[in-house]
Design a protein around this ligand. Structure first.
Ligand code: C2O
Ligand code: CU
Length: 432
C-alpha cells in the first residue's frame, strides 16, 4: 500500500464513531504451552499452559468505559476460549463455547472486544474444558482502572492458585478423577500466590488485589505485616470500607484491600496443619512522606440499586458423595438437571429483577457464579448485602440473591468449583 492509500483508508476510519478509533486499546494473548517456576526457585519447573510465555498470563490493565480489543491466538494442540470473569460485557464476548461462541481451534485467533463498565479487579481464564485448562494454568489478572488513580504508593495484584504436582514440579495429569469430582474437587498439592511486585516500604499505603484463580480450593487467608480495610469484593467497590476480620475466598472471588505497611507482608492459607505460606512481600526502606489518613471508599459502581423482585426461583444444588439422589444424569445437578441443556434454568425479560434462593442440599460447599451480571446477596432477614458475581454457599445452608437481569443474552450459571461444573453443576439463564 502506498502512502496515499494509507491516508485514504485513514479517512474512512475517520467516519467511524470516534470512541472506537481513539480509545480502543489492543492486546494480544497467545494461549500456549509454557515452562513456569511455580515451585520455589531452585526447585523444579513445570510444563503447563499459559499466555504469552508465562503462567499466570500477563496482567491486562484496561480503562473503565473505554473499548478494549484482545486478540486470543490459540497455539495449543486443542481448542480453547477465554472468559473475562466478572465483566458485565456483551454476551457475544463472554467466551463460553456453545452458548456464546465457537471454540477457537488450534491455529485460529478470535478478537474479543468490549467496554468494561466497572473499575475493579477481574480475571480471565479458559472456559473450554476449563476444569483441565485452568488447572493447567490458563489464567491471568484483568484490572479495570478507575478514572482517577487511587491514592496509594503501590497497586499490587496477588493471584492465588493451587496445582496438583509431583515434588519435582511435574503436573499430575489427572484433572477429573471421579473421586475428586464427587467430593471437594481437584485440589492441588502445592498452593501459591503470585504477587505482581516483590517489595514495599514500611509506611507505604498499598492496594492489594487478591484473586482466587484456583479451580476448586477455598482459601481461608491470614495477612500479617499490614493493616487496613476491604474496599471491594468481586471487583465492585463497597460503599463503606470494611475491617478485615475474616478473609475467605471461594474460587473466582476477588477481594481488594487497602493496607498500611508496618513490616514484611505474609499471606498465609489457614489450614488444619497450621498456616501455609502462599507468598510474601519484603520491605526495603521506609516511606516517611505518606501522611496517615482514613481509608476512603473507592469510586461508586454504576450498578442499579436493589429493586423489588418479580419472580422468586429456587436453585437447588444436588448430588455428589454423601448426597441424595437426583434426577440428573451426572454426579451433580441443579434442580434435578445436570449439565447444559437446551432449556435454560429460567428466562428473564431484560431489566427484570428476580430473587433466587440458592439451596445447598449437598455435603460440600459450592461457589455459584452468574455470568454477565453482579447480584446482591441477601441476609436472613432479607436485607440487601454485597454485590458479587460468585457467592459461596456451605452445606445445608441457603442464600437468597437478588439480580436485575439487565444484560441480554445467554449466560452461564454454574458452580465455580470447576470439578463440580464438569460433574454436572452448570446451567444457564436466558435474558431476552
Ligand atoms: Cu469464571 Cu463460567 O466462569
Ligand atoms: Cu460446587
Amino acid at each position: 500500500m502506498n502512502r496515499r492509500q494509507f491516508l485514504a483508508s485513514a479517512a474512512v476510519l475517520g467516519s467511524l464513531p470516534r470512541q472506537l478509533i481513539a480509545q480502543t486499546s489492543m492486546y494480544r494473548l497467545r494461549a500456549e504451552e509454557v515452562t513456569s517456576q511455580v515451585l520455589p526457585a531452585g526447585d523444579g519447573t513445570t510444563r503447563m499452559l499459559g499466555f504469552n510465555g508465562t503462567m499466570p498470563g500477563p496482567e491486562l490493565r484496561i480503562r473503565r468505559g473505554e473499548r478494549v480489543a484482545i486478540d486470543v491466538e490459540n497455539r495449543l494442540k486443542e481448542g480453547t476460549a477465554v472468559h473475562w470473569h466478572g465483566i458485565r460485557l456483551e454476551n457475544s464476548m463472554d467466551g463460553v463455547p456453545v452458548l456464546t461462541q465457537k471454540v477457537i481451534d488450534p491455529g485460529d485467533t478470535k478478537t474479543y472486544s468490549f467496554v468494561p463498565p466497572d473499575a475493579g479487579t477481574f480475571w480471565y481464564h479458559s472456559h473450554h474444558i476449563s476444569h483441565e485448562q485452568v488447572a493447567r494454568g490458563m489464567m491471568g489478572p484483568l484490572i479495570v482502572e478507575e478514572d482517577e488513580p487511587i491514592d496509594v504508593d503501590h497497586d499490587i495484584t496477588a493471584l492465588l492458585s493451587d496445582w496438583r504436582m509431583e515434588r519435582d514440579g511435574t503436573l499430575i495429569e489427572e484433572y477429573a478423577d471421579r473421586h475428586s469430582v464427587a467430593h471437594a474437587g481437584y485440589l492441588g498439592t502445592f498452593a501459591r500466590a503470585f504477587f505482581s511486585r516483590s517489595e514495599v516500604s514500611v509506611g507505604d499505603r498499598i492496594r492489594l488485589r487478591l484473586i482466587n484463580a484456583a479451580t476448586n480450593r477455598i482459601f481461608p487467608l491470614a495477612l500479617s505485616g499490614a493493616a487496613g480495610r476491604i474496599v471491594a469484593l468481586d471487583g465492585i467497590a463497597l460503599s463503606q470500607p470494611r475491617p478485615i476480620d475474616q478473609l475467605m475466598m471461594a474460587p473466582a472471588q476477588r477481594v481488594d484491600l487497602i493496607l498500611d505497611v508496618s513490616g514484611p507482608i505474609k499471606l498465609d492459607m489457614m489450614s488444619r496443619q497450621g498456616p501455609y505460606e502462599l507468598g510474601a512481600l519484603g520491605t526495603a526502606g521506609t516511606n516517611d512522606t505518606r501522611q496517615p489518613a482514613p481509608i476512603a471508599a473507592l469510586p461508586a459502581h454504576a450498578i442499579a440499586a436493589a429493586a423489588d423482585p418479580g419472580q422468586h426461583l429456587t436453585l437447588r444444588m444436588m448430588g455428589g458423595a454423601m448426597g441424595g439422589r437426583h434426577g440428573g444424569d451426572n454426579i451433580w445437578a441443579f434442580n434435578d438437571v445436570s449439565d447444559l441443556q437446551a432449556a435454560p434454568f429460567s428466562s428473564f425479560k431484560t431489566g427484570e429483577t428476580a430473587k433466587i434462593t440458592l439451596v445447598n442440599d449437598t455435603s460440600f460447599p459450592h461457589g455459584i457464579h452468574l455470568h454477565g451480571h453482579h447480584f446482591y446477596e441477601l441476609d436472613e432477614e432479607g436485607n440487601t448485602g454485597d454485590l458479587r458475581d460468585t457467592t459461596l454457599v456451605f452445606p445445608n445452608q441457603s442464600r437468597d440473591i437478588l439480580c436485575t437481569f439487565d444484560n441480554p443474552g445467554k449466560w452461564m450459571l454454574h458452580c465455580h468449583m470447576l470439578s463440580h461444573a464438569v460433574g454436572g453443576m452448570r446451567t444457564w439463564v436466558d435474558v431476552v
